[in-house]
Structure formats: C-alpha cells, structure tokens
Ligand binder design. Structure first.
Ligand code: M6R
Length: 364
C-alpha cells in the first residue's frame, strides 16, 4: 500500500498536490472563477462570530483560518483547543456558527464540544476527512476534505486539505457579505488553484531537506518562528518534529522572541524561520537577525527573493516557490513536514507509529 515509499507519512506528504487539487475541485468553479460552497440552510451573512474548536494539527489549521476569516470576511473568530473549550464555560453568541475541524471526525474532546454547541443552539459546521465519522454525521453543514485515508499518525495531507476548504469558506463568507467583489473573488480562486503546482515545486526540495536533516537531528531543542497566517505553521512544524523525532521543539510568533524565548538562544538551538516574501517579511527577518546576533543557527525557509535578501549567515536555506500570501501556509507546510520526516528517519524512530500516540484520540 505504501508503493515506492518507505513510510505512509512520506507517501501522504507526496500526495498533497493531488488531494489538495481534489479538495479544491469541490469548493471552486474554476471556469467561472468562483467559489462554490455547498448549499447552506442558514443565512451566513447573519453570523457575527465564529467559534472554532479543534485539537492538534487541526487546531493549527483553524488558527490559520482565523486570520482569513477576520481579514476577508471581517468576522471575529474565537478559537480554542477542544479540551479547554469544553470546560471553560464559553460564551456563545445567539445564532452563532460553531466550526469544528477534525481529520478523524472522532476526536473525543472535539466531538463533545460539538455536542455542547448543539445543545446551546449553535449552527454546527464541520471540516472532516472521514465521511462516515460521528462529526460528519452530526454537523448541520459538512465540509469534507478529500484527502483520502490518512494512515501516518502525524497529520500531513489532511492539514493542507483543511486549509484549502477553510480558505474557500472564508472567501465564500466574504463574497456573501459583499466584502469581496467579482474581481477579488476571481483572484482568490486563481491563487488557490496555483496551490497544487506550488506544492509540487515545494516537494522538489525533498532531497535537499533530507541532506540537511543531520543539522537538526543532534539538537536537543529546536525553535520555529513565523508571523501572521504563517505563525500557526511554526506551531505545526514544532508539533511535527516533537511527535515523530522526539526532539523538543517550540513554535513562536516571531515578534514574541524578545519577550522571553530569545533567552534560550545559543549556537546549539536551531531556529527554523518561515518567512515568505510579503507584507510581513521585513518584520520576521528582523526578529531572525536578533536571533543570529545571539549566535542562533538559523534555517531560513523563504522564496528566492527572501533568501537573496536575508539568507546570508544562515546555517541553511530552503527555497520555496514564490507564492501569494494566501497560499503560503499550504506551501510552507511541505518543508516543515519533510524536515520532521527526514530528521525522524535519521534518528531511526518509528515514523508512522510514534511512541505514546494514537491516530485518533477517542478518549479525553
Ligand atoms: O482527527 P483529528 O484531526 O481530530 O485529530 C486531532 C489531533 O489528534 C491530531 O491532529 C494530532 O495532533 C496529530 N497527531 C498531529 O500530527
């Protein structure tokens, strides 16, 4: 079933261009350059707040989506880990939309949060990969990801497919609210449709990332930095590395470094910086340079322009294709997944079945 691949995780990383394209096909009408969400039996324009709930990698997809919902649809998003949400007595708005994200559709805390929101009269939407799951059945609005079965415990293709669905949903919301005109909608559709080719271009760096795994494998701690919609990618990169290579890793919003974490920096802590060209590039790079000034060993992940501008003095660089900021979180997921994968392989861990973890967490 793994074909030519050594692990399911590796196979699933490489499936991303195909499954993201597949997922986008059911949420976009390319010919007309329109977003096309399933029929909703509620008035989306009446929604004045979204409550977003998930766990793990699905939570990080939600965190990216928060940036999109707020930027495009100007709707405030309240997001929480399902295990926190359940017990913090959240205040839910009348007629609000509660959005749940889950690969398995069976995660115990997320499912309990969904049922709680249903009892509270919220409209329930769910972005789910397993179509026969409890969450898929119980949602008012089911937004399936078409990633196909994900076997590796570390979630990869489900994450990028979740992002694809959430980007389309945010755009749909903006269109319905009259905040995105035809031309802007066409542009968003065009950028989303560029994602599969850009994911392929990112995958072309597999060999190079494999070769740099030895720089990270001996580390005891690794930091990941990002800003804006790429900040959740820093969290996701750290989670991937932790769960399959057992190296302690943390993701930070790069602007937070000087508020504490920079004290950790010495020449033994690799710092992976995610900095695509775009409005936040300069800011992220200046935080990265503060790290370098303290002896930090940086791996810069950026496009050619970014690497030309800031790559000097880095321990290594990984060149991504130049992408529109909207799809950067999808494309930059690839190098963080590959880096975690190759470091884990270099360390000889059980990549598909890491210790202490289950694919689906059906107990709280
Ligand atoms: O099936 P779900 O998306 O609800 O699962 C949520 C988390 O358990 C899951 O994303 C977990 O964090 C992964 N192992 C991360 O790679």
């Amino acid at each position: 079933e793994k074909g030519d691949y050594r692990h399911f995780m590796q196979k699933e990383i490489f499936e991303q261009p195909t499954v993201v394209a597949q997922t986008l096909r059911s949420y976009l009408r390319p010919g007309e350059q329109r977003v096309a969400l399933p029929q909703m039996d509620f008035d989306i324009t009446a929604i004045n707040r979204i409550t977003l709930v998930a766990c793990g990698t699905s939570y990080y997809a939600g965190l990216v989506a928060k940036y999109w919902f707020e930027q495009f649809a100007r709707v405030p998003v309240d997001i929480d880990f399902a295990s926190e949400f359940r017990y913090r007595e959240p205040i839910l708005p009348e007629g609000g939309l509660a959005l749940f994200i889950s690969q398995s559709g069976e995660t115990a805390d997320t499912l309990a949060a969904l049922r709680h929101c249903r009892e509270q009269g919220q409209t329930i939407a769910a972005v789910v990969n397993v179509p026969t799951s409890s969450m898929a059945r119980e949602a008012d609005l089911l937004l399936p990801t078409h990633a196909g079965p994900e076997i590796g415990v570390a979630s990869t293709k489900a994450f990028t497919c979740q992002l694809a669905v959430l980007a389309a949903l945010a755009a749909h919301f903006a269109v319905k609210k009259g905040l995105m005109d035809r031309e802007e909608e066409a542009e968003v559709v065009e950028h989303l449709l560029e994602a599969p080719a850009c994911l392929n271009a990112a995958l072309d760096h597999d060999e190079e990332i494999k070769e740099m795994a030895h720089l990270i494998a001996p580390a005891r701690d690794v930091l990941y930095l990002g800003r804006g919609a790429d900040f959740p990618l820093a969290l996701e990169g750290a989670l991937k590395l932790k769960e399959i290579s057992y190296i302690h890793a943390e993701g930070y919003a790069s602007g937070e470094m000087k508020h504490g974490p920079i004290a950790l920096i010495d020449d033994k802590v690799p710092v992976i910086t995610l900095a695509p060209s775009g409005p936040l590039f300069e800011k992220t790079v200046s935080n990265m340079q503060e790290v370098q000034a303290r002896g930090g060993q940086v791996v810069l992940i950026s496009d050619r322009k970014g690497i030309e501008a800031a790559g000097e003095g880095c321990m290594a660089t990984i060149e991504m294709p130049k992408v529109h900021p909207l799809i950067a979180p999808l494309v930059y997921a690839v190098p963080v997944q590959l880096l975690a994968y190759h470091v884990a392989v270099a360390k000889g861990t059980d990549v598909d079945q890491p210790r202490n973890l289950a694919k689906s967490v059906t107990v709280e």
